[in-house]
Design a protein around this ligand. Structure first.
Ligand code: PLP
Length: 359
């Protein structure tokens, strides 16, 4: 294996188009967290998500934080989220003192709807926010979660950070669910701006408020007037240029990710189903935790990056006191699951090299 380059889990796939976009943005003079490319990126994101409005911000976490601020999430709120997710899903709610309740997954890895209903029906009083998550780029059941939220009077926000470009089984775009949804454009995501994110929504009021909060909540007047305190979370115009160049390549990106997924499945590996998702990361399930660790070790020795599945939030020391509904399924996925290299730029040779280790 010596002399061969390291294979990463999900490295950025950028080239001359992105470089030119940064240069053009640079030359335009809009070297700032606003400008025509931010506006154009937002228009494209609204189109992609099937939403009326998009607000581009500096990360997916910032997008979630802005939504928490907009909703006024505080210690009087309960935030219900899948336990199998990245910590950023619940970090902003945690910082605001909300009570977190975690819910297990079903066999797809996404939230278990029966357990979600149980969690919601057990909540008595107070305001409730449900955070849906499109795990590894596979959309959860938007309609079913929407129905539950309406039945139990909860606000629904979709954490579609991992799902840019994915579709639900009914063909709805990722991010089209709930009051609003967030995307991430981190370096490891399907579409990257190096770091970035967005809020998408059909609510003008929400979009306007989030945009205002993201730029220090400055009132529209000549001097600096503030009726509330905001944040500095806007996306740079340079990076919006990168995002636009990436979105132009999205069909090719999705095709490559799907090809990776089909390749791993073709090896006979037991994979988490990708459904009509974007195949952001392909997850293989080994027989036991020991097998998982051995495989991670073998891949590491071959200079191939792979990771365990997200460690469930209810197993995280920081959330030890939080209630969890179920938990065995996500614990099992964590124990046996490996995220395999899934980058857009993987060549046939790279996949063969990975397969040699896996088999
Ligand atoms: C499910 C999920 N939510 C939120 C985020 C946060 O996005 P960002 O890294 O852009 O802050 C990520 C990714 O990093 C994620 O995977």
């Amino acid at each position: 294996m010596k002399g061969r380059p390291r294979l990463f889990l999900s490295p950025p796939w950028v080239g001359p188009e992105e470089r030119r976009a940064v240069e053009r943005a640079f030359d335009s003079g809009y070297v700032a967290p606003c400008g025509p490319l931010v506006d154009a990126f937002e228009r494209e994101l609204a189109k992609l998500s099937g939403r009326k409005y998009a607000v581009a911000v500096s990360s997916g976490t910032a997008a979630l934080d802005l939504l928490m601020a907009h909703l006024g999430v505080d210690a009087s709120w309960t935030v219900v989220a899948p336990t199998l997710t990245f910590v950023a899903t619940v970090g902003p709610a945690h910082h605001r003192g909300a009570r977190l309740v975690f819910v297990d997954s079903d066999a797809t890895g996404n939230v278990d709807l029966a357990l979600l209903e149980r969690a919601l029906s057990d909540l008595k009083g107070g305001r409730v926010l449900v955070l849906g998550v499109d795990l590894y780029g596979r959309c959860c059941d938007y309609r079913a979660i929407g129905r539950l939220c309406r039945r139990y009077g909860a606000v629904y926000v979709s954490d579609s950070a991992e799902a840019v470009g994915a579709k639900t089984e009914r063909g709805e775009p990722a991010g089209s669910a709930g009051l609003a949804a967030v995307y991430s454009f981190n370096g490891n995501k399907i579409v990257t701006t190096s770091g970035g994110g967005a809020v998408v929504t059909d609510s003008k009021r929400l979009a306007d408020h989030v945009r205002k909060l993201a730029q220090q909540s400055r009132e529209t007047c000549v001097w600096y007037e503030h009726r509330e305190v905001g944040y500095n979370y806007r996306l740079s115009n340079l990076l919006a240029g990168v995002g636009l160049a990436q979105l132009a390549k999205l069909p090719a990106i999705l095709e490559a990710r799907r090809r990776n997924h089909d390749f791993y499945r073709g090896l006979g590996l037991d994979c988490l189903p990708a459904g009509t998702g974007n195949c952001w990361l392909t997850v293989a399930l080994l027989s036991t935790r020991r097998d998982r660790d051995r495989m991670l070790d073998r891949l590491a020795k071959a200079d191939i990056e792979a990771r365990p599945v997200w460690k469930p939030m209810h197993l995280q020391p920081v959330f030890a006191g939080c209630p969890v509904y179920g938990g065995a399924v996500s614990e099992d996925l964590f124990a046996r699951g490996i995220c395999l290299p899934s980058g857009t730029g993987l060549a046939e040779d790279d996949l063969t090299r990975i397969a040699d280790v896996l088999l």
